[in-house]
Design a protein. Structure first.
Length: 434
């Protein structure tokens, strides 16, 4: 993982020192449980707890010879502990340590991501309240549709990221699972009570039935949840990128003093942060398919999943942590231009009221088909020639038989489009804005 897109707290979870520290804790807890059950001497468990340590460099040195990371690790620990280390790893298999460690790492990573999400939600909520009544044009297919407010637009993202928060919490609960069940998961050489002891100490649940590994559907669900969060990040980032386009310029990323947008063109103010977020979202989503493919392992285990998880575990969580923090910064500093929103909305001479006119004609007795034809023929003139839509409607002899000039003016009232804003905000935020 390159430092450019990594934050220290998340990166630390995946460091060799952190990983081996978790391995040592798992092995030590298992020994303490065995000692309580009378399976090994209490003195041995105490020695492992007090003298247990490791050297990353020594582990690497041993692994180059033995070609097995767990054996290299236990050998290094034994050099610190001494004779009592013979009880280390008793009845365990490598996956007991590896899978339980991964559960701890992904749980800790989830805690950071959940905190990131909560902070992002607060930022979006604040900006949504700020622009609750800021009128802007809604777009479908990139084309002007009907008015909305910028606050309502942001409320859609708040609701989506709130769902993502629940997905992260569910993913954390499912991934926080321990298995200390020995070869092929039968507990033949290790008492299930040892697994319970280790799980409880580490804040994990026990896997109800493992093979020699924790079933990888759990991991697939975890990385799928991360992929959905990444897609939501990209959706908001893409919206901001579109709004920052020169021809639109309804909102833009904060451009700090001294910042430069282009090495060639001094005038440029580019949406580099949201473009970066789009790229990071692609990286996070790239973990989803490999995680899904990890589910189908041979029989009670193989290690085809191992190389995948050594990559996607750090990469996906570190990238997503960075992306969520960056998106919060973008939202905190987002510059909004209500005057440009108003200007853009009025570019099409009032065409955003076409549905209101259509419905009014239907209410006045016209068939929907005739009403659509009457409205569209005037709308296309406005579209091509820029003539005010309401004036064309007033001059249309067929429409005049059904709608008065006063009624047409009434149909162009912006307040009609914002009358449900309070209701929408209540549904999204509840009392959170009180």
């Amino acid at each position: 993982m390159i430092p450019r897109y990594a934050r220290p707290e998340m990166s630390a979870i995946w460091s060799p020192e952190s990983k081996y520290a978790i391995w040592l804790e798992i092995e030590t807890l298992a020994c303490e449980a065995m000692a309580e059950l009378g399976e090994i001497p209490q003195e041995a468990a105490q020695a492992i707890r007090e003298r247990g340590n490791f050297s990353v460099e020594r582990i690497d040195e041993i692994e180059r010879e033995v070609k097995h990371d767990i054996i290299a690790f236990t050998t290094s620990v034994a050099e610190f502990v001494g004779e009592e280390a013979r009880f280390l790893h008793k009845g365990l298999t490598s996956s007991d340590v590896l899978d339980t460690c991964l559960a701890v790492q992904l749980s800790r990573a989830s805690d950071i991501l959940i905190k990131d999400m909560e902070e992002l939600l607060e930022s979006i909520k604040k900006r949504a309240e700020e622009h609750k009544w800021t009128i802007t044009i809604g777009r479908s297919h990139g084309i002007h549709a009907e008015p909305t407010t910028f606050g309502v637009k942001l409320a859609t993202y708040y609701a989506e990221f709130d769902r993502n928060l629940q997905r992260l919490k569910t993913a954390r609960e499912e991934i926080a699972t321990c298995a200390i069940s020995g070869a092929v998961g039968t507990y033949a050489n290790i008492d299930p009570r040892i697994e319970a002891y280790v799980a409880n100490a580490l804040g994990l649940a026990q896997e109800p039935v493992s093979t020699q590994v924790i079933p990888r559907d759990r991991h697939a669900a975890f990385f799928c949840a991360l992929g959905v969060v990444a897609s939501s990040i990209e959706r908001l980032a893409t919206e901001i990128r579109h709004l920052q386009r020169t021809e639109v310029l309804e909102a833009e990323e904060f451009f700090s003093a001294g910042q430069k947008g282009s090495s060639a063109m001094p005038h440029k103010r580019n949406p580099v942060l949201t473009e970066n977020l789009t790229g990071l979202a692609r990286l996070v989503r790239s973990s989803v398919v490999p995680a899904m493919e990890n589910v189908a392992l041979w029989h009670e285990r193989d290690i085809s999943h191992s190389s995948v998880e050594r990559g996607i575990g750090p990469d996906a969580t570190i990238h997503l942590d960075f992306a969520l923090a960056r998106l919060k910064g973008v939202m905190d500093g987002l510059v909004v231009y209500p005057e440009n929103m108003e200007r853009n909305m009025n570019q099409l001479g009032g065409l955003h009221n076409s549905q209101r006119v259509l419905l009014a004609l239907v209410e006045a007795g016209s068939s929907r088909e005739d009403a659509y034809r009457l409205v569209q023929r005037n709308a296309m003139v406005t579209w091509r020639e820029g003539k005010p839509f309401n004036e064309l409607l007033k001059a249309d002899t067929d429409i005049k038989t059904m709608l008065t000039d006063e009624k047409i003016d009434e149909l162009f009232d912006l307040g009609y489009h914002t009358k449900r804003v309070d209701e929408i905000f209540d549904r999204v935020f509840g009392n959170a804005l009180a």
